[in-house]
Ligand binder design. Structure first.
Ligand code: PLP
Length: 366
């Protein structure tokens, strides 16, 4: 039998993650100038990278002949100081994607299961499947997590539950009290991965005190990233927070140098750049208002979002997606999430948002 067919069935069944279309690819395909293309497809920061992160990157370049600090001390120290956790509660990742994978690899296996919501982040089913475990999809409520349904979906062999708050791609947000009640109800032998990739875009009052909950819940894993509000998606750096024993378990499946030197240095600098973070939130709030006002004017529905993106209902989304591409505007189709009438649009700068709205208007003939 050919080697490829001898790979485990759960590996052969994996449908690869579909990333947003890169600007350079569209430019090649359509003969467009890269500078004329607007990409609102991957929830990237339209402000670019923080000036402090940039300076730290440049300062780090000459040290690239050396391996990174495999323990990521300087970044962990910065995170620990900022969040009030111990260093041994932090697991660094090559993006938070990496820590999600580590969690799955550390706790899942064939014969075990993990629960996630309908419309949840596509990486969860992938990580679960790569570990050979079974993914259990809990029905969504109003496009968001239905925690009662998720709790009911937990079986004896379930070792993990994934919750994105806010969720991607729908942008839905759970209230802190709801989440806390869920954590209290989940058995301690089931890990709860609380993915807070977009937490920095929330108003402070809307943020769950998730880091404080670590003391109460030994099965809680909080994940965060530098890819979104911190503007470092290309560097790949994120982290998980958990109680020491659980963090130690995740670290056992971590590649020794998974977070590279540039990423460690830039992330530590970005963490301290309060001005950049505040500006990211301000631009996002303004852009969200601009886009949703525009959708309203065009008579389009959208799913209210707490993230730096919004799903808008356009009908035949595959057609509209292609038409937007021809106009040099890249957004994200979400049919693979079970939302074939929607496009997910990342919040851009004012002129980028305006370009999207104009192109939508033209495409839809409104
Ligand atoms: C973008 C995103 C991540 C972060 O990905 P990185 O690997 O850190 O770039 C994690 N979770 C969700 C829900 C996301 O949308």
């Amino acid at each position: 039998m050919p080697l490829i067919q001898l790979a485990p069935a759960h590996i052969r069944a994996i449908a690869p993650y579909q990333p947003g279309k890169p600007i350079a690819e569209l430019a090649r395909e359509m003969g467009l100038d890269e500078a004329d293309i607007v990409k609102l497809a991957s929830n990237e920061n339209p402000l670019g990278i923080s000036p402090r992160a940039r300076a730290a990157l440049l300062a780090e370049v000459d040290g690239l002949a050396l391996y990174p600090d495999g323990n990521g001390y300087l970044l962990k120290d910065a995170i620990a100081a900022r969040l009030g956790v111990d260093l041994d509660q932090i697991v660094l990742g090559n993006g938070s994607n990496d820590v999600l994978e580590m969690a799955a690899r550390a706790l899942l296996a064939p014969g075990r299961s993990a629960v996630f919501s309908e419309y949840a982040f596509a990486v969860y089913p992938l990580a679960v499947q790569a570990a050979g475990a079974e993914g259990i999809v809990a029905r969504a409520r109003d496009y968001g997590h239905d925690l009662a349904a998720m709790h009911a979906a937990i079986r004896a062999d379930t070792r993990m539950v994934f919750i994105a708050n806010p969720n991607n791609p729908t942008g839905t947000l759970l209230a802190a009290e709801e989440l806390h009640g869920f954590l209290k109800a989940v058995p301690e032998n089931v890990a709860v991965v609380l993915d807070e990739a977009y937490v920095e875009f929330l108003d402070p009052a809307a943020r769950a005190p998730s880091v404080g909950w670590l003391a109460e819940f030994p099965n809680l894993i909080v994940t965060r990233t530098f890819s979104k509000a911190y503007g470092l998606a290309g560097l790949r750096v994120g982290y998980a927070l958990a109680r020491h024993g659980l963090a130690d378990l995740l670290n056992r499946v971590r590649q020794p140098f998974n977070a590279n030197s540039l990423a460690l240095a830039a992330a530590a600098a970005a963490l301290d750049d309060a001005d950049f973070l505040a500006e990211s939130k301000r631009v996002n709030d303004a852009g969200m208002a601009q886009l949703t006002d525009g959708f309203r004017t065009l008579g389009l529905e959208w799913i209210p979002s707490a993230g730096n993106f919004v799903c808008v209902r356009v009908g035949d989304a595959a057609r509209v997606f292609q038409a937007l591409l021809r106009q040099g505007v890249i957004v994200r189709p979400v049919a693979n999430y079970g939302l074939p009438e929607y496009l997910r649009v990342s919040i851009g700068l004012a002129e980028q948002n305006a370009r999207l709205l104009t192109s939508l208007e033209e495409t839809l003939g409104r």
